[in-house]
Design a protein around this ligand. Structure first.
Ligand SMILES: [Mg+2]
Length: 265
């Protein structure tokens, strides 16, 4: 169960190892949640702190449900590493990589989007993320009927049966049933960054995989900890799966600035 992080001392053992890496979710962690996901922006304070951390030799990676290009656009930190689509796409050293086995899912995802377009659900935004489809219902007047309508549409789509259905914060996602998730992305990015210690941060149920990834690193002898971002809509299991929590994106801004102070010579 997470305890509130009130000063940076508990993280000191991680910060003392070089290179230290931060692997973070974006939405709800570094970018405040907004009604329309298209309007999301990274917090300028968090971005400034992350830029300084890179200058100080820290590794910075973003692990997100967003498509790779959208994630790069929101964050706008070219030197960072990225895992888009919950780890299905990796970008390291500016080069994007996508596994061959995902190709058929791009076509099936297009079919799901066509299948769902026949069913008019006001306020639902369908996001095309290549091999992943996300149905956002935060903008719907009534969330529960919108969520039920999305599930009906998914149930009627033959192409949708190729995917795994996952619920997030006001979003239902169809993802390829491939053993790649935010947890394997933690291990991949930590390895690619040559990290000697890792801090993971996230706010949502999908980030539990990331926190498990931090646990997997610890088992391999790489010190790692995880921080949850508390909000009024945080799912209890998110706090159960982490070592520490901070309050909102403001708490993340504070923590990153404290880490900058700790790493500065
Ligand atoms: Mg999030």
């Amino acid at each position: 169960m997470a305890e509130e992080l009130r000063d940076i001392e508990p993280l000191r053992p991680l910060l003392d190892r070089k290179p230290f890496a931060i692997l973070s979710d974006i939405d709800g962690t570094l970018a405040p949640i907004v009604a329309n996901p298209e309007d999301a922006h990274i917090s300028p304070r968090a971005r400034d702190a992350l830029l300084v951390l890179i200058e100080l030799g820290a590794g910075v990676g973003f692990i997100t449900g967003r498509a790779l290009e959208k994630a790069r656009e929101i964050v706008d930190i070219p030197a960072a590493y990225f895992a888009g689509n919950h780890g299905l796409n990796i970008a390291a050293d500016g080069l994007a990589e996508a596994p061959e086995e995902l190709r058929p899912y791009v076509a099936w995802a297009q079919q799901v989007i066509r299948d769902a377009s026949g069913i008019k659900i006001p306020g639902v935004i369908v996001e095309d993320k290549g091999p992943v489809v996300a149905f956002h219902y935060r903008m719907a007047d009534e969330e529960e009927p919108a969520r039920a309508a999305i599930e009906r549409a998914i149930g009627l789509s033959e192409a949708a049966r190729n995917f795994r259905v996952q619920q997030g914060r006001k979003v239902i996602e169809l993802r390829p049933p491939i053993a790649i998730d935010k947890g394997t992305a933690v291990e991949t990015l930590a390895m690619r960054l040559g990290a000697e210690s890792v801090l993971t941060m996230g706010d949502d149920a999908t980030d539990l995989d990331m926190f498990r990834g931090a646990g997997a690193l610890r088992e391999r002898g790489i010190p790692a900890a995880s921080v949850a971002v508390w909000s009024y809509e945080v799912q209890p299991e998110v706090l159960e799966g982490t070592d520490y929590f901070v309050r909102g994106v403001e708490g993340v801004e504070w923590m990153l600035e404290e880490i900058v102070k700790a790493l500065r010579p």
